[in-house]
Design a protein around this ligand. Sequence first.
Ligand SMILES: C[S@@+](CC[C@H](N)C(=O)[O-])C[C@H]1O[C@@H](n2cnc3c(N)ncnc32)[C@H](O)[C@@H]1O
Length: 254
Amino acid sequence: MSPKARDLAKSELVDLYLLGIGINGLSQITRETLDAIRRCRVVLHLSDQHTALKRLNKNTVNLDELYWTGEERGIVYQRIVSRVLEEVKRGPGVALVSYGHPLVFDDICATLRRRMDRARNRCVVLPAVSCLDTICVDLSIDYGDGLQVFDATALVNLELSMCAGIHTLLFQVYEFGEEGTADAIEERVERFRPLEAYLAGFYSDKHPALIVYSQDGDGEGPLKFRTTIRSIGKHQARMFPGVSIYIPPMHDER
Ligand SMILES: C[S@@+](CC[C@H](N)C(=O)[O-])C[C@H]1O[C@@H](n2cnc3c(N)ncnc32)[C@H](O)[C@@H]1O
């Protein structure tokens, strides 16, 4: 059997691959993810890397237009899950490719994995470089000191408890308090007040908050600027979809 035929036979064993390309274009993609993309029957993706992915697999489809609709994110995610499941029904060898790691804060991949398990379909998730990997490099921190990661909105809405003595990352900051996709969000001075007030329950008002974004291979980042937990909203104009907030541990002079 030729290597190409062997690859095809292998992809036939998998109904759905959930894959991530890393954070900085395709520069951090793993070899096993590259191999899976090359041998899949169809590659569906949510990333800025359409041309590069198409070079790896001619049957590559960009799902961006299903995503950027300004609708509630829950509705958008459900539509994408349905589109992927439709493709799985047509036959094995489907890949869904996103940036970062497929199972780090990714509702679409988490739902698909559950649905595939329930239907006893064959789903393979491959590890990938996540923004967790790039942020600690950008900030020169070691998560071994202790790390907590929250969705910014869930932190406040669910009144989750925080430990002020360890590293903290807040995700989905740009979307804070909003249900729509990022393209539908408008700047409002008061938008971040509930987050600032919530953080003040755990830290002093002057405690630092760093707005961070790792280079994405598409011209954005790296970004790192320092403010305080009480002044996050003042810096809205410098934020964009994809930024995170890092809060150093109390008593850390970073
Ligand atoms: C839905 S999560 C997806 C994370 C992705 N699966 C990963 O593995 O990195 C999106 C959030 O991750 C964070 N994020 C994604 N890319 C980032 C980057 N380049 N720099 C900093 N944070 C990033 C932001 O908080 C963003 O709102």
